[in-house]
Design a protein around this ligand. Structure first.
Ligand SMILES: NC(=O)c1ccc[n+]([C@@H]2O[C@H](COP(=O)([O-])OP(=O)(O)OC[C@H]3O[C@@H](n4cnc5c(N)ncnc54)[C@H](OP(=O)(O)O)[C@@H]3O)[C@@H](O)[C@H]2O)c1
Length: 334
């Protein structure tokens, strides 16, 4: 099946109502079969996916380099999204710093364009907010990139509703990308209502709870050495068993309907956005064609009112935060 479409903010562009998260193809979620990952990009395009999501920080540039040839080969059919703001260092794999300074943004965009091998980025996100720099200054620098023809649309990630409004007053924002899933619903407090009010498309990341909602792993120890999720508060220690028990209603609905837990989790995000009255384009991450097909089919799955009611209490019962350090998330600044 082919995906239906959704608007990309007020840009006038229509994009497939689900995108593809490419992050795991280069880092964070265990070993990757590169040939299968590249085949998944092609399969996504054929299924009607148009929004392909990467960031300069994924693999420290490697993810942009990985998807570059695919983007160039299909330039007019791909809506290419990448991000800046998280600095890393070659000599220290654990080093991270958030940088929103205009001079840094100008350097970062050129580096992304070079790694991707393209002239223009369709959607350029500020990945994280750096409170040391006034938001208007950073968004002003991003707006100059639009004027210079290096970027088509602007996006933000992990900002609060107030921050989204403040940024929008400087330049239209096409998309807000933040975590939103059956496990993580804090964005419904301020970010989602502000996006609905402004006509900003919401791009939920980790809509499958980084894979946990699918039941494919139930505790950090089941993941390979070096997998980022081994240190995730919700999957570690006593939280893991408590949270694994919470996915039972998802699995029951999946079994009753003859679908998968992943499909139920994705259908929930689509229908929750309808409740809030905003366009939504979740970006489930996968490196496998079989999962791509499964996730695509979820975009047209409709959950009943009774099923939605059974899923409603889950998020309120989750133990552990969605990051070990919540200070750079929207919830950490609300
Ligand atoms: N803005 C931000 O701060 C931010 C943060 C995190 C992520 N992101 C973006 O959002 C994208 C998606 O988020 P995410 O990758 O963190 O989490 P996710 O989409 O919730 O889950 C991805 C995990 O689920 C697995 N998976 C995918 N489809 C599945 C299915 N049908 N059945 C079972 N397992 C399935 C994937 O494994 P396989 O690959 O093996 O299929 C992967 O381990 C990322 O790729 C990235 O582009 C953005």
């Amino acid at each position: 099946m082919r995906l239906p479409t959704a608007p990309l903010g007020r840009s006038g562009r229509l994009i497939g109502t689900q995108g593809l998260g490419c992050m795991g193809m280069s880092e964070f979620y265990g070993p990757t079969d590169t040939a299968e990952a590249l085949a998944t990009l092609d399969a996504a395009l054929e299924a009607g996916v148009t929004l392909f999501d990467t960031a300069d920080v994924y693999g420290n540039g490697a993810n942009e380099e990985l998807i570059g040839p695919f983007v160039r080969a299909n330039r007019d059919r791909v809506v290419l999204a990448t991000k800046f703001a998280i600095e890393r260092r070659e000599d220290d794999p654990t080093y991270r710093a958030v940088n929103n300074r205009p001079a840094y943004i100008r350097t970062a965009v050129d580096a992304s364009l070079r790694r991707l091998g393209v002239d223009v980025i369709d959607l350029y996100y500020m990945h994280r907010r750096d409170p040391a720099v006034p938001l208007a200054e950073s968004v002003g620098a991003m707006a100059e990139l639009v004027q210079a023809g290096k970027v088509r649309e602007l996006g933000l990630s992990e900002v609060t509703g107030d921050e989204l409004r403040e940024a929008y007053a400087v330049h239209p924002i096409a998309a807000l990308q933040s975590e939103w899933s059956l496990f993580s619903r804090d964005v419904e407090r301020t970010a989602v209502p502000a996006a609905a009010e402004l006509g900003v498309t919401f791009v939920p990341y980790s809509p499958l709870g980084r894979g946990f909602l699918t039941g494919s792993f139930a505790a950090a120890e089941q993941l390979t050495e070096g997998d980022y999720r081994r240190n995730h508060p919700q999957f570690s220690g006593p939280n893991a068993a408590a949270n694994a028990a919470l996915i039972a209603p998802i699995q029951k609905i999946a079994a009753d309907r003859g679908v998968t837990a992943a499909q139920v989790a994705l259908a929930w995000v689509h229908q929750r956005a309808e409740v809030h009255g905003l366009a939504v384009v979740p970006i489930p991450g996968t490196r496998k064609r079989t999962r791509l097909a499964e996730n695509t089919a979820a975009a047209t799955l409709r959950l009943t009112a009774a099923e939605l009611a059974a899923l409603e209490p889950i998020a309120g019962q989750v133990t552990g935060t969605r990051y070990a350090d919540m200070s750079s998330t929207s919830a950490g600044r609300e």
